[in-house]
Every structure is written in structure tokens, then in C-alpha cells.
Design a binder for this molecule. Structure first.
Ligand code: AMP
Ligand code: MG
Length: 417
């Protein structure tokens, strides 16, 4: 475990960072510390899309539960059409109609046929369906010009799923198709893994709540941008979000916020995570729990800390909106998906050519935001504090440790956000 020297004591003034952890190690430490949440919710099928099934589901009965027609046409006894051809057509007598939802309970005798629609049960004496396109009807008789074989265009009972077969398995994501299977078993609800609860804390004396102020902020004030961005990331990654009130730069406020976050699986904080004298985020972590790391060799987002308080995890990120959001994509999103029990996100990448030189600190991995125009990657980073740095970006270019610049014209791989 690496902690920043000085974070465990009350202090005044600046506390320099100790050893920062490499980015990949930070991500690995986070995922190793976190375990998928336990417990389940019972949800209506219509509210369960994207959730993870808690238990296997076996078919309670055969689906379909009866032999049914796969075509619109005529149900026949195949042997009656053994000799049918264009040159020597066979005429059968129409004795009734079979429609989905009903059962034709008459007799289909030798030389008889029944008008049948897709999905209707096959009459007991019939064994094949001839599609309507291959027939000609005249009054009460139907002409056939092709032979039929038993089973033609018949979907057999249990052909889709036999009673007792497990077709939905614990841990699977409920895709539309899997929800359709559950629905075809007549289920109204399913049990799914509960979502992790994430409590969001934004800190800073300068922050304003959007709901209590309209118009331009007063001198030195800004509206909180981070909780909104973090809520969107967390929800998309499978969490339920609890937005806590703004936290002022005072230990008492931080303590109250962490008390209010009781019961959350993860507390995500922005602001106050660095080493300034107002940065109580570091102090509360040291006071309440076990700091797993503080400081990552990454740009933006270096003053990021990760801690455990009993069963709860805490990710404390810098308040600069770009730093906060960049880390949210690359660290918070994988963490929340892991807590939710979801598989790791498959990152989407594009090959492109850099339009302008990038500069990067040699001692940090940099995630440099770029906009894609065709195969051109246009750097859009303005500053860590600029909220539009990422709103103009489609993804980022990773500039590894030890690289100080990437020349214009270099082919790069852009990872989409
Ligand atoms: P801090 O990490 O607290 O040192 O804040 C770094 C910078 O980010 C400062 O300029 C803050 O005003 C700004 N900032 C902090 N929190 C937020 C927030 N929630 N929304 C927008 N900007 C913020
Ligand atoms: Mg601050």
C-alpha cells in the first residue's frame, strides 16, 4: 500500500506528494480492492434491461407448447399429396380454418385440408403445411401441385425450448433477446443483481447549487459541474446515484457528508483531493479509513486518492472538471462496472493522424483529448479547469511515460470516451 506522507496528520500548509503510483497500478489496485456488490432486486421485465440475472431460469414448460404452423397455407395429410405435380395436381376438400389462439377440433380425413395461419395449432390429423403461394383455391376445394413431406412447415412442440432446459443463466446481462425468453415463459418479474450505490460529493467554498441560483455567479463563485458529469458516468456504468449536498472546505462539512453517505458502496468526491491547506478530502480519508494510494502518475488527474472505509470504497478526485471527468472515464467507470458485476467495457478505438504537436510530461501517462474529423485527430485540450476541453472531444490519445512530445502528422490510436 502506498500512502502520501503527511496525509494522516492534522496539518497547516502544503503537504508534498510522496510516491505517485503508475496509472495501471492504480487501476489494478482499485479493481482488486473492489468486489461486485451482493444482493438482488426483483424487477418487472420491462425495467430489467441491462441488469444481471441473479439465478438460472429453467423453462417451466415446452415452448412452443403445441405443434404449430410456420406458414400461412393449408394443413394437410402429407400422404394425400404424394403424387401431386404440376402435370397431375391433387385437389383436396377444404374442411375448416385454424387460426392462432384457437384450436381446430374437427376431423381432417383422407382428401381433406384446413386453411391455417402462421402460429395456429396443427389439427391432430394433419402432419404438414403447404404454403398458400403453392396452392390455388376454388370454392370449397384447393389445388396442390407439389408433394408434401410430414413435418413440412410445422414448428414442433418444444422445438424452441423443452421444459426444464436452462436457457437463462445467472450472471448474464438481460439483453432484449433474453428478456424475450423470460417473457415467453410467462414471467412478470426477474431477480437481478442490485446496483451499486454511489454517493457523489462535490467540495469547494466557491461552488454553487444550480437549483438555488440562477444567472451569473457572484465574485469568485462557480456552479458545480462535477456531480452532474459523475452521475452520468456512474449511471451508465450500472450504478444508482445519490447526489449529496455541496461540501464546504471545512472538516466538519466533510464529516457530515461522509456520515450522509452511509450505506453507499462507493463515495466519489471531487475537489480538495490535493495537498493544499484547504484540501480536506485527503484528511477525511486518512481519518476514516485506509488510504490505498494518493497520487497517480497521470495527466490530467494526478491528485487522486483511493481508500477503503470498512465496506465502503472512496475515490477522491481533483475538482478541475477536465481532470475529474478524464479520471471518471478511465478509473471510475471500470470501478463501477466491476462493482455492478458487469464485464469490462470493450474500448472502441480509431486510427487517426495527429494534426498538431502534443506536449506531455515525461513522468506521467497523459490522456490527451482529441476531436475526430474523419481520420484527423485534432487536440482540444485547453486546461484542466476548462469544462469545454472534453465536451469538444470524441476520445483521447494516450501519451506514455517517458514521451515528452508527439509530432504533428504522427499516426495515433484514439480511444473513444
Ligand atoms: P480543487 O481540486 O478543490 O483544488 O479544485 C481545483 C479547481 O477546480 C478549482 O479551480 C475549483 O474551483 C474547480 N472546481 C472544484 N470543484 C468543482 C466543481 N464541482 N465544478 C467545477 N469546478 C470545480
Ligand atoms: Mg477546492
Amino acid at each position: 500500500m502506498r500512502t502520501m506522507p503527511g496525509t494522516t496528520s492534522a496539518h497547516g500548509g502544503m503537504r508534498p506528494f510522496g510516491a505517485v503510483v503508475p496509472f495501471e497500478e492504480a487501476r489494478r489496485l482499485m479493481l482488486d480492492t473492489a468486489a461486485p456488490v451482493e444482493g438482488c432486486d426483483t424487477l418487472d421485465l420491462t425495467a430489467a434491461a441491462g441488469r444481471l440475472l441473479s439465478f438460472d431460469i429453467a423453462a417451466p414448460f415446452d415452448v412452443p407448447g403445441f405443434d404449430r404452423s410456420a406458414m400461412d397455407g393449408y394443413a394437410v395429410r402429407a400422404r394425400d399429396l404424394a403424387t401431386a405435380s404440376a402435370a397431375a395436381p391433387v385437389w383436396l376438400t377444404l374442411v375448416g380454418r385454424a387460426r392462432p389462439g384457437g384450436v381446430f377440433d374437427g376431423v381432417v380425413g383422407e382428401g381433406d385440408c384446413v386453411d391455417i395461419a402462421t402460429g395456429a395449432p396443427i389439427p391432430v390429423d394433419a402432419d404438414a403445411v403447404v404454403m398458400v403461394e403453392r396452392t390455388h383455391r376454388d370454392q370449397g376445394r384447393v389445388r396442390f401441385t407439389h408433394p408434401a413431406a410430414p413435418g413440412d412447415h410445422v414448428s414442433r412442440r418444444a422445438n424452441d425450448v423443452a421444459a426444464g432446459a436452462v436457457v437463462l443463466r445467472a450472471g448474464e446481462v438481460l439483453t432484449p433477446a433474453r428478456l424475450g425468453v423470460a417473457a415467453s415463459f410467462g414471467l412478470r418479474t426477474v431477480q437481478v443483481r442490485r446496483r451499486p450505490v454511489v454517493a457523489l460529493v462535490s467540495s469547494g467554498d466557491e461552488l454553487l447549487e444550480a437549483t438555488t441560483h440562477d444567472g451569473a455567479p457572484g465574485p469568485g463563485q462557480i456552479y458545480d459541474a462535477n456531480r452532474t458529469m459523475l452521475a452520468a458516468i456512474c449511471e451508465a456504468a450500472g450504478a444508482t446515484v445519490r447526489v449529496l449536498p455541496l461540501v464546504r472546505d471545512a472538516m466538519a462539512h466533510w464529516r457530515a457528508a461522509f456520515d450522509a453517505a452511509a450505506g453507499a458502496d462507493l463515495i466519489v468526491c471531487s475537489g480538495g483531493s490535493s495537498v493544499g491547506e484547504q484540501d480536506f478530502g485527503s484528511d477525511i480519508l486518512a481519518e476514516r479509513g485506509e488510504v490505498i494510494f494518493h497520487g497517480i502518475a497521470v495527466k490530467p488527474g494526478k491528485p487522486t486518492a483511493f481508500a477503503r472505509i470498512g465496506q465502503q470504497l472512496v475515490l477522491a478526485m481533483p475538482g478541475n472538471p477536465t481532470s475529474c471527468l478524464s479520471n471518471a472515464y478511465v478509473l471510475l467507470r471500470p470501478l463501477v462496472r466491476h462493482l455492478a458485476g458487469l464485464p469490462p467495457l470493450h474500448e472502441q478505438t480509431r486510427e487517426a493522424t495527429l494534426t498538431r504537436e502534443l506536449k506531455s510530461p515525461v513522468d506521467r501517462l497523459q490522456f490527451y483529448p482529441v476531436r475526430l474529423e474523419g481520420t484527423r485527430a485534432i487536440p482540444v485540450f485547453k486546461g484542466s479547469g476548462d469544462v469545454t476541453s472534453l465536451s469538444d472531444a470524441d476520445g483521447y490519445v494516450s501519451v506514455p511515460l517517458g514521451v515528452s512530445h508527439v509530432a504533428a502528422g504522427t499516426p495515433v490510436l484514439v480511444t473513444l470516451y
